[in-house]
Design a protein around this ligand. Sequence first.
Ligand SMILES: Nc1nc2c(ncn2[C@@H]2O[C@H](COP(=O)(O)OP(=O)(O)OP(=O)(O)O)[C@@H](O)[C@H]2O)c(=O)[nH]1
Length: 221
Amino acid sequence: MSDSEEESQERQLKIVLIGDGAAGKTSLASRFAQEAFGKQYKQTMGLDFFLKRITLPGNLNVTLQVWDIGGQTIGGKMLDKYIYGAQGILLVYDITNYQSFENLEDWYGAVKKANEESEVQPVIALVGNKIDLEHMRTVKADKHQRFCQENGLISHFVSAKTGDSVFLCFQRVAADILGVKLTKAEIEQSQRVVKADIVNYSQEPVARTVNPPRSSMCAVQ
Ligand SMILES: Nc1nc2c(ncn2[C@@H]2O[C@H](COP(=O)(O)OP(=O)(O)OP(=O)(O)O)[C@@H](O)[C@H]2O)c(=O)[nH]1
């Protein structure tokens, strides 16, 4: 392929992450762009940017410009401007926080308002984050699916902490925007195995019980 042909394959897409504060937008963006995760919560004031170059099937190089919008911008006058012109939107909520799911109506309303006059509508994904905390889930999966069906949204469940399905989510949105079809093999390749740390709980002497506990346990942290 010549240089000019290669350049013509390069695309840049604006992807916006919105949703309630602490839903995990910054964590998803930094997991995707930098393969990093921080346990410490640091509120995003206004917005932040991340860049990541990916290659889609057909050797299509795409740079994703990820706009991480602070949760407190809802109702503010800048939100419209941040959303405007986005080709992809990730509506993010925390599966352990029902309020963050309920408030998606407002976030989705802001998206519709910002695109009222646009000819081309963005690709929108509903993203349930923190699936590593499945045992604390308060938003049932069928509620999530219904919201997707009613509004024609792509559906994703991810964990910024473990990285589970994060790359796949961004890749799928980029592919949909560009009309690229991902094969089953490509989807499987993008799905990350959830990593579990081994925690050793056998430090204390064990009291005698009818069923003696095992000396170590495996926990997902
Ligand atoms: N267990 C778990 N914690 C997560 C996950 N994603 C984010 N967190 C934690 O949730 C808290 C909030 O994450 P942020 O990424 O800062 O949330 P945000 O949506 O960007 O918040 P704002 O900046 O206020 O809009 C942090 O303490 C993260 O470490 C996840 O997938 N699993």
